[in-house]
Design a protein around this ligand. Structure first.
Ligand code: TRP
Ligand code: ZN
Length: 892
């Protein structure tokens, strides 16, 4: 595996392929020991190729070549070159020709879950980004689009169900106990969208009638015992299909849409044409086993993969540097879908919270990259929060700048121009600009430069005029690079003394232009002033409403102003954000006091404002739960130049206890009046559970005795996983009988359900209680821990390393050693999973020097591993190479 200095692939080196492959005809013979793949490729010279190539180089890895023929004639060993990553057919080659190969592969030994592999007894595939080359020799790049036929032959008893992309066109029983099924996909597609399935599976099915009246068969394929957990996924699929017709005018294009759920999967799900393959976590749901958040996750991911059918499949990426073209856009579409299905405000807050914790951290660490990266060593390392979530924010800015209708016009033009093509982010931007006669030249910079822009806002008030000065600048992590001034939408409102929005009129505008509410200001310069006139009283400004741009906002705020916005802002996002800012300020003051050995007290104004939120009956329970939740320890850490691991942990725990005490009766009422209601899946019912469980956490923090008994009661009597898991999360914080009871009973009940068992590991790995590290070390040796299963590895190790700042960063370095040991072990099985886990070390320079030394030691130990993969090598290489904040030496 170890390659001393793998050379990065660079975006600007793009060249069109030497050849095109119009047809791919595949025959798979699936069997226990190995699988045989015969591929017939209909090739021709690419008229667009820059230099007329003599030879044809096909990608291929871990393949055993058995036969090779060109136009029906076997090729001798001198006619081609074979290496560990390609097969090159020497020229001269005809203008057009047919190449047939037969290879042997070993899906049973494929622990990396890329290419053709086994998950329990099912054969399945994962080809994005570059897994097809582990199946057969082919031009494995997204700008080569082909029409596929796939014949699958396998034992009829073990593998009665054989699936691939498109339509089933033939099936027959063979004499040797095997059977054969043939599939044909009428839509040309790149290799990464190929899929194949073979197993003993059952389908939960329904029919969907498209807007134009076509019948589509929907099938969710699972193991037989899981068949009663598919209904929510099926409903979600129908909802997504309807939504895309209504909002974007997009219809499904095949007669059948299949989803397979497997338990071994490297990511969330995969949008293979007509045959999605999903991590079972995003398919299976029943009220006894899945939480409200799990249900929402299923709907969002089913929607996401469905939306790829147009944004990704019908129009795909020219090369992998354009990944955000499909991922940023599809995340934006799934966010809008979820917002419409649930609550737009809750969804927006959830997404921005995640963006700040993960993407902002990525932007200031060693892996920082633009949403359209310039270089990669291992493409799988660039399926990042930056490409996906910041990419979605960039799409959202087009939407904000052009309006919903303008955005739709741009989308329509994009499909009109590019249906069936493999295109670039520039093509998307051009469609948006041309459809709206908008100038989006400067907007390109969002694709070009890494790092989170800093937005400074300063307001002055005089004579009925409010002048807002907006300044944008680059983050310190840019190093030597100069900041590219962005074109950004800044949504703004002004609150009057009564808390209501004032009419907004900019100097020089018509009187009639004034409307109360939010205005989108377009910032294009490094500094710009906006003068609001005719104001009856001094306003309080609300800036970046709805988080209108992915930036860090800096604005001076008094405690009183924050309390005022927290109580009054009409923009739900900014109202929440004011509360978070107030909480962060007061918690950081406590951290400072703790570090100075002084008494830490929570700001009484914050305690009151928080209580007012808790008492506000007009506020929806989901929003209230978000508003009451204190900022994550990682968010507090991000606000410090050196993360004060222990002081942050203690300050936050102490604040929860103080708030729980100060507002005990209110919290008790919120818990008692909302818990234990008859379960249903409505928004109202979900909101009740969220509020009740948030209240319970504060009650446990302030009074472990009373809180613990409430948690135990809830744990024992809950009829749904939302309440049971929330109760368990409280019990694990209470060492002794309460915790032992919860941990044992939960394991006893759910030991044979892998998704629920993952929760059991994750809840314990997330705990704040003092002995968490010991317990995590013991769980790593638990019989049910299985590092080969990505979900299980992530549940224990990912949760601990990425979500438990206090204990992962235990001062003695044992958390670091645990992660490094596991990364080294997992890397030999599954480099993609190992690379995601090792990323927990990326923030290592943000800790004190003792911790830095311990972290560096583990990074160096991993880097020295003799079996280091390209995946992990690229991440640790960059983590160690960064010489000062953000100045990155790319490897190679
Ligand atoms: N394209 C998929 C999505 O976003 C995710 C994906 C990319 C993936 N690479 C993968 C899934 C590798 C599994 C394995 O929907
Ligand atoms: Zn996607």
């Amino acid at each position: 595996m170890k390659d001393p200095q793998p050379t990065p692939v660079r975006r600007l080196d793009y060249a069109p392929p030497s050849h095109l492959v119009d047809t791919v005809d595949l025959v798979f013979e699936l069997a226990e020991a190995h699988t045989l793949v015969t591929a017939r490729l209909g090739c021709r010279r690419n008229p667009e190729a820059r230099e007329p190539a003599e030879a044809l180089r096909l990608d291929g890895e871990l393949l055993e070549l058995l036969e090779i023929e060109l136009d029906g004639k076997p090729l001798g060993p001198n006619a081609y070159t074979l290496t560990k990553d390609y097969l090159e057919i020497s020229g001269p080659l005809p203008e057009q020709f047919e190449l047939q190969t037969r290879v042997r592969i070993k899906p049973q030994e494929n622990t990396a879950f890329s290419g053709l592999y086994r998950s329990s007894s099912t054969f399945c595939t994962q080809c994005e980004a570059q897994g097809f080359r582990r199946i057969t020799y082919m031009l494995d790049r997204p700008d080569v689009m082909s029409r596929y036929t796939t014949q699958i032959i396998a034992d009829a008893t073990r593998y009665p169900v054989l699936l691939s992309n498109g339509n089933r066109v033939a099936s027959e029983a063979l004499e040797d106990g095997r059977h054969s099924v043939r599939w044909e996909d009428p839509f040309p597609k790149p290799t990464y969208l190929f899929a194949l399935v073979g197993g003993d599976l059952r389908a939960h099915a329904a029919s969907f009638t498209t807007r134009s009246g076509r019948e589509v068969r929907l099938e969710i394929w699972v193991e037989p015992h899981e068949i009663d957990k598919c209904d929510h996924a099926l409903q979600s699929l129908a909802n997504a299909m309807r939504w895309d017709e209504e909002v974007f005018g997009l219809e499904y294009d095949l007669d059948i849409y299949m989803i397979l759920a497997v338990h071994d999967f490297n990511m969330g799900a995969m949008e293979n044409k007509g045959l999605n393959i999903f991590n079972s976590k995003y398919v299976l749901a029943a009220l006894e086993t899945a939480t409200d958040d799990d249900y929402e996750g299923v709907e969002a991911v089913v929607g996401h993969e469905y939306f790829h059918n147009w944004t990704g499949n019908r129009v795909t990426c020219r090369d992998w540097f354009q990944l955000t073209l499909k991922e940023g856009l599809t995340v934006f579409r799934d966010q809008q879908f979820t917002a419409d299905m649930t609550s737009a405000a809750v969804k927006r807050i959830d997404d921005v919270r995640g963006l700040r914790i993960v993407q902002f951290a990525e932007d200031r660490g060693p892996m920082a990259h633009p949403i359209r990266p310039d270089a990669y060593v291992e493409m799988n390392n660039f399926y990042t929060s930056t490409v996906y979530n910041k990419g979605a924010e960039v799409i959202r800015m087009y939407h904000t700048l052009l309006g919903a209708e303008g955005f739709r016009r741009g989308m329509d033009l994009y499909f009109e121009r590019h249906d069936g093509q493999a295109v670039t982010c520039d093509d998307f931007r051009a469609a948006m600009a041309d459809a709206n006669q908008a100038d989006l030249e400067q907007f390109e910079r969002w694709y070009v430069q890494a790092g989170t822009p800093q937005l400074h806002a300063l307001g002055t008030w005089a004579d009925g005029r409010y002048t807002l000065t907006l300044t944008q600048s680059g983050p310190p992590s840019l190093g030597e690079q100069s900041y590219l001034v962005r074109h950004m939408p800044v949504s703004v409102g002004l609150l009057g003394p009564d808390g209501n929005d004032l009419p907004l009129r900019l100097e020089g505008e018509d009187q009639a232009a004034a409307v109360s509410g939010t205005r989108v200001l377009e910032l294009r310069e490094s500094e710009q002033q906006f003068v609001f006139v005719d104001l009856p009283a001094k306003p309080v400004v609300s800036v970046l409403r709805g988080f209108s741009a992915p930036v860090e906002l800096h604005i001076e705020r008094s405690r009183e102003e924050l309390a005022f916005l927290m109580a009054n802002d009409s923009d739900a996002f900014n109202r929440w954000d004011a509360g978070q800012r107030f909480a962060t300020d007061t918690l950081l003051a406590m951290v400072g006091a703790i570090e100075a050995g002084a008494a830490a007290v929570l700001d009484p104004l914050f305690v009151d404002s928080w209580g007012a939120i808790a008492a506000d009956d007009a506020l929806d329970g989901s929003l209230k739960a978000l508003a009451l939740d204190l900022p994550d320890e990682r968010v507090l850490g991000q606000a410090m130049s050196v993360v004060a691991v222990d002081a942050i942990h203690h300050a936050r725990a102490q604040a929860m206890a103080s708030l729980g005490r100060a507002h005990h009766d209110l919290l008790l009422a919120a818990h008692q009046s909302n818990v234990g209601q008859a379960y249903d899946a409505s928004r109202e019912s979900i909101a009740r559970r969220r509020l009740a469980n948030t209240a319970l956490a504060f009650l446990c923090a302030s009074d472990p005795k009373q809180g613990g008994s409430l948690a135990r009661q809830q744990f024992d009597s809950a009829d749904n996983m939302t309440d049971r898991q929330a109760a368990l999360a409280c019990l694990v914080e209470l060492p002794g009988e309460a915790r032992d009871h919860g941990v044992l009973a939960f394991h006893e009940q759910w030991r044979s359900d892998p998704l629920v068992l993952d929760k059991w590991f994750a809840v314990q790995a997330r705990a704040g209680v003092a002995d968490t590290l010991e317990r995590v070390l013991a769980l790593r040796d638990h019989a049910d821990f299985d590092r080969r299963n990505p979900n299980r590895a992530r549940a224990l190790l990912g949760t601990f390393a990425q979500r438990n700042q206090a204990h992962f960063h235990a001062a003695d370095g044992r958390g670091y050693r645990l992660l490094a040991d596991e990364v080294i072990a997992i890397d030999q099985l599954n480099p993609q999973v190992a690379a995601r886990l090792v990323s927990a070390f990326n923030s290592w320079r943000r800790f004190d020097s003792e911790r830095q030394a311990l972290l560096r030691e583990q990074l160096e130990r991993i880097a020295a591993s003799p079996t280091l993969s390209k995946d992990v090598g690229e991440i640790v290489g960059r983590a160690l190479a960064v010489s000062h904040s953000g100045d990155i030496d790319l490897p190679g």
